[in-house]
Design a protein around this ligand. Structure first.
Ligand code: RB5
Length: 149
């Protein structure tokens, strides 16, 4: 299951991502928004991020105007590694090296065509493990407060 969410700035690209998932036969859960009315991105990013963090959803894709607000909100949820991507290289490497479990896209930045391609390649890419597992462990330790600032 893929968690989806957007604000008013990401509505059209989220619809394009839904088409992509449907073409691939990948189920999704849409946490809103459903309307073009102005709304607050964190209120939609948060339940989607919680669904990923709890394991209800395997991964998540968030869309707002820039992707930034959605990613900032999602990354406040423990266990979430959400990356804003505007290019396919970063998207693929964020899976291979960082095991990113959420992708944030900016519809006003990448548009629907590139946004769909980034999402597609991000979904295809696999975490490589190895040394990257140790490095992600350091991020988790920071999150746990193991190492004081
Ligand atoms: C909404 O105008 C815009 O601020 C939002 O979609 C997003 O870009 C925030 O990071």
């Amino acid at each position: 299951m893929i968690a989806l969410a957007c604000d008013h700035g990401g509505l059209a690209l989220k619809a394009e991502i839904k088409k992509l998932l449907e073409e691939r036969g990948l189920p999704y859960q849409d946490f809103g928004t459903e309307s073009a009315a102005s709304c607050d991105y964190a209120l939609f990013a948060y339940p989607a991020a919680c669904a990923v963090a709890s394991g209800v959803c395997k991964q998540g894709i968030l869309v707002c105007g820039t992707g930034v607000g959605m990613a900032l909100a999602a990354n406040k949820v423990k266990g979430i590694r959400c990356v804003v991507c505007s290019d396919v290289f970063t998207a693929v490497l964020s899976r291979q090296h960082n095991n990113a479990n959420m992708l944030a896209l900016g519809e006003r930045v990448v548009g629907q065509g590139l946004g769909r391609l980034i999402a597609s390649m991000w979904l295809d890419a696999e975490f490589e493990g190895g040394r990257h597992t140790r490095r992600i462990g350091h991020i988790a330790a920071i999150e746990e407060g193991v190492t004081p600032c």
